[in-house]
Design a protein around this ligand. Sequence first.
Ligand code: PEP
Ligand code: MN
Length: 274
Amino acid sequence: MTQKPFYLCSREYKPDPTVLDFEKVKVGTEQLLIIAGPCAVESEEQMSTTAAAVKAAGGHVLRGGLFKPRTSPYSFQGLGMEGLNLLIDAAKEHNLLTITEVMDLEHVEKLAGSVDILQVGSRNMQNYPLLRQLGKLDKPVLLKRGLSATVEEFLAAAEYILVEGNNKVILCERGIRTFQNHFRFTPDISAIPLVHELSHLPILLDPSHCSGNSSWVSTIAKAGIAAGADGLMIEVHPSPEQALSDGQQSLVPGQFLTLMKEVRKVAGAVGRTL
Ligand code: PEP
Ligand code: MN
């Protein structure tokens, strides 16, 4: 008999939701996890201002990319390991957890020892050696859906992590490629209830990369929570017009605070807490 490609991720294998316990938030319960911060770590001031805003609005995890998978090789590629302490120090100052993207096998060990959650970006969803390596760790991994991946392919990618022994996996819907060209990507809201039906793993929504435009982030975020997402990943920057990546879709702290107030209302309406 051939094994289902996402057997360990499936409800057949494990009927109850997988819960990741971050002390303040238990992801996979009624509690929502909020990850926010800039697309890329740029400076001490940028990180510390953003961290303060994320904390004040009720966020839990500070994000910030060190290694950026940019479409153009001529765009800002991230500060690399030089930015690591800027992320860690800003998070510590405001009592937040940390997440950053790992793109390369050679950075896995160092980043796993330094941050609370490792992010696998959309473009690396099917980087199987990377997934297997992360599967050997005892560390939460946030796996973003590939730009053109089906939900089955998404779960099969998560399976590469689980099959190596690490079941601390959080999925993240970040929008897919469709024929519509008004938004950067199309938020696949339907993937959220579908993942919940097929899998015990928690799933977040990233409305920032879905839309590519700050005006739509809040609306898409609320739709995601209403559809059952276990949390959100949102790009926030103190001065988006100066951001070195994804400024167009980044919220300023005030907009993020408003979003959180609105999301809290939707959360209450669907039995979730924030
Ligand atoms: C990001 O989170 O900044 C990012 C690059 O996301 P994605 O991999 O979904 O494009
Ligand atoms: Mn980004």
